[in-house]
Design a protein around this ligand. Structure first.
Ligand SMILES: Cc1ncc(COP(=O)(O)O)c(C=O)c1O
Length: 414
């Protein structure tokens, strides 16, 4: 007899992206010249994981007895203050903010879903989204609703965003919007200043229909070219009506995926409301992971607060951003010359290329030893994991995969 409850039976053993990654690595181990553009970790041009030496120095500098002690449930106050400042800058959005430490951005997203949606309700996000949103939501008795991310001109579909949000608010009475900009995973898109303002205005209008909270998922924000003040200033205009949250993480910005350091932040002008939110998000920490990796919290706190360490990190991060930007530039040049259709891409770990048959495109590319991730209507390319010199071959394989998908579709219609 199966001891698992019914909903836990037949679960996939691994994330599909990790399965593609394993297939790519297995072929590479046989000596084949594989390009593995599946996994979201920044690799150097030799295929090694990019790390920041200053980050490791900070980890080594934390006294053993502090690192080994439990962290406060919500995280150490200096850590929270530094992270709030990193996300919101130094103005009113920062002054009005509270936070709780979480295991990465994943923990922050879970925490937000538990506190800003009733069980049975759905988050509201773009049609292309990081697939674990659905796992985190579903596992916690919440769902996912989406709006079409792009309009016919291939830019952010502001009208669909507002229409869908209002419709959801009329049904749910509340909404938790999750937007992963700058440097959206999986498309690479970054809202420009006018689009951020448009989103803020839409949120403000929608809030007349119910309680609205926005999570800005900042996972890749450090790898874009946009100043954080762009989104913060836009959201400041509606923060009296919309709970503005941020899912902050050190995973990519400090190249510390394994340390599991993150935070859920909330900027709420009303003091009583803010205190209630602070208690609620801390309570969720106690009721899930209890408290976070103390070594990581203390090290990241030092990295954000100590001038010398901050300067070291800034320099090392600049080198990583530049490594990635070279690949982004190479991709844009190659992809445009091959006529690939993809959203505006100015930086970030991923870009998505549209195709009428993503499975066929991925299959054709994989036959050439190039591994990408098929999604609905597009394939995702992890430029973060592809050497600059391999970008032309990556684009060539994907272009041939897209052409094959068009042929298959045209054949089916003939
Ligand atoms: C869009 C997005 N949000 C959040 C995360 C969370 O990452 P972590 O939990 O490592 O901070 C990721 C990681 O891949 C991501 O791609």
């Amino acid at each position: 007899m199966n001891s698992l409850i019914s909903e836990s039976r037949g679960r996939p053993g691994d994330d599909p992206i990790f399965t593609i990654n394993a297939a790519a690595n297995a072929r590479r181990a046989l000596g084949e010249p594989v390009i593995n553009a599946s996994l979201g970790a920044l690799l150097d041009d030799d295929g090694g994981l990019s790390v920041m030496p200053t980050v490791f120095a900070a980890f080594q500098g934390v006294p053993a007895q502090q690192a080994a002690a439990y962290a406060p449930i919500a995280g150490d106050p200096p850590f929270l203050e530094a992270v709030r400042r990193d996300a919101f800058g130094s103005g009113e959005m920062f002054e009005n903010s509270v936070g709780a430490a979480t295991p990465g951005g994943t923990g922050a997203l879970l925490n937000a879903m538990m506190n800003f949606l009733e069980p049975g309700q759905s988050i509201f996000t773009s049609s292309y989204y990081w697939s674990p949103y659905r796992i985190i939501a579903g596992h916690n008795r919440r769902g996912v609703e989406t709006f079409p991310m792009f309009d016919e001109a291939g830019v952010f579909h502001l009208q669909a965003f507002e229409d869908g949000l209002v419709a959801q608010l009329k049904r749910q009475g509340r909404a938790l919007v999750i937007l992963n900009f700058p440097c959206h995973n999986p498309t690479g898109y970054t809202l420009d200043e006018a689009e951020w303002r448009g989103v803020a205005e839409a949120l403000g209008r929608a809030s007349e229909h119910g309680a609205v909270a926005l999570v800005v998922d900042l996972a890749y924000a450090a790898f874009g070219t946009q100043s954080p003040s762009v989104w913060v200033d836009a959201m400041a205009t509606v923060s009296d009506r919309v709970a503005v949250l941020a899912a902050w993480t050190a995973s990519k910005s400090f190249a510390q995926y394994g340390a599991r350091v993150g935070a859920l932040l909330a900027s709420i002008p009303d003091a009583a409301h803010r205190a209630d939110v602070e208690n609620a998000i801390s309570y969720t920490c106690r009721g899930s992971w209890s408290n976070c990796n103390h070594l990581g919290l203390l090290a990241v706190s030092d990295l954000l607060r100590n001038d010398e360490l901050r300067a070291g990190v800034a320099e090392e991060r600049r080198a990583l951003v530049s490594l990635l930007s070279d690949r982004v530039d190479a991709f844009n040049a190659e992809a445009m010359s091959r006529g690939l259709v993809y959203p505006r891409y100015e930086g970030g770990f991923f870009v998505s290329v549209f195709t009428p048959d993503a499975a066929e495109t991925a299959r054709v590319a994989a036959a050439d030893g190039v591994y990408v991730v098929p999604m609905d209507g597009a394939v995702r390319l992890a430029l973060c994991a592809v050497a600059r010199a391999d970008v032309p071959r990556l684009v060539d394989a994907v272009a041939r995969g897209v052409a094959a998908a068009h042929q298959a579709k045209d054949g089916a219609h003939a």
